[in-house]
Design a protein around this ligand. Structure first.
Ligand code: CO8
Length: 272
């Protein structure tokens, strides 16, 4: 795996292959690095994040991605308000800097947001675009955009509503109220709540367990679960059945079933 951050400027996004015992094969750790601004998602940071994630998604070695913030008290405090304050309808429409969040949701590789402290505005939207969220017990998640005269622009009205329901999404978005880890868990926004210092190790462990699974089956399962968010039930069931049937004849399907019948551990071949 290659470090894809742009060395010519400041690296606002760091890509690491974290060590582990046993080794965390196939896991990448992506860190947002603007600590002085609570990792606010500047346009440059978003470009670097986009490039880093696209490269990881293309990398056959990478089978799970953890995204976290460089600073213990924030995952990301939203889009960069200084930059936004100088933006116009036309400049945002033309550059579409926040489309990266849509691309995060479309990555084939499973993604886990490891979230400590503030996840606000675009930070909450980035976390919700990931497949799973491991939250610290210090989580403060919210969509405060209305309080600065705009609305969420990268999924905050859509993903939050799908996860938490319309009535709660209305209350949270229209008031900008922040919720803690316990409430986020109750609303189905997070996969697990752990001690703040355990967030990254816990997310890496989860990523390692996913990375140890056969890659085609993992990707098909991810695609099918995501289809449940978008398709009517009948179409979703058809999508699931097609993906299920499509896995028959792959080496990993043959190996997985043979290993079960022969009572031995499976050896995956990382087909893609
Ligand atoms: N943009 C720019 N700078 C920020 C941001 C931000 N979003 N958040 C914090 N900072 C900066 C502060 O300006 C400050 O810098 P400095 O030291 O130079 O003054 C530094 O980070 C530390 O922040 P505070 O001093 O404010 O720290 P506090 O502990 O007092 O407060 C808060 C922490 C509560 C997180 C507070 O900083 C805050 O309210 N931040 C703004 C949160 C917000 O409104 N976020 C939404 C932004 S709009 C948005 O996200 C639109 C989404 C569009 C799609 C985006 C997809 C990526």
């Amino acid at each position: 795996m290659t470090d894809t951050t742009d060395g010519s400027d400041r690296d606002l996004v760091q890509v690491e292959i974290p060590a582990g015992d046993p080794p965390r094969d196939g896991v990448a750790l992506v860190t947002l690095r603007r600590p002085e601004a609570l990792n606010a998602l500047s346009f440059d940071l978003l470009v670097q994040l986009d490039a880093a994630l696209a490269a990881l998604d293309d990398d056959a070695v990478c089978r799970a991605i953890v995204i976290t913030g460089s600073r213990t008290r924030a995952f990301a405090a939203g889009a960069d308000i200084r930059e936004l304050s100088a933006s116009t309808t036309a400049s945002l429409h033309d550059a579409d800097p926040f489309a990266v969040i849509d691309r995060v949701a479309r990555l084939q590789t499973p993604t886990i947001a490891a979230v400590r402290g503030y996840a606000l505005g675009g930070g909450a939207e980035l976390a919700m675009a990931c497949d799973m969220v491991v939250a610290g017990d210090d989580l403060q998640l919210g969509q405060p955009e209305v309080s600065i005269g705009v609305i969420p622009g990268a999924g905050g009205t859509q993903r939050l509503t799908r996860a938490a329901g319309r009535a709660r999404a209305m209350e949270l978005v229209l008031t900008g109220r922040r919720i803690d880890a316990e409430e986020a868990s109750r609303l189905g926004l997070v996969t697990a709540v752990v001690g703040a210092n355990e967030v990254v190790p816990w997310a890496l462990e989860l990523a390692s367990r996913i990375a140890a699974m056969p890659v085609l089956a993992v990707r098909a399962a991810k695609a099918a679960i995501n289809a449940a968010q978008e398709l009517p039930l009948e179409a979703g069931l058809r999508f699931e059945r097609d993906r299920f049937e499509g896995l028959f004849g792959t080496g990993d399907q043959r190996e997985g079933m043979a290993a079960f019948l022969e009572k031995r551990p499976a050896v995956w071949h990382d087909e893609r």
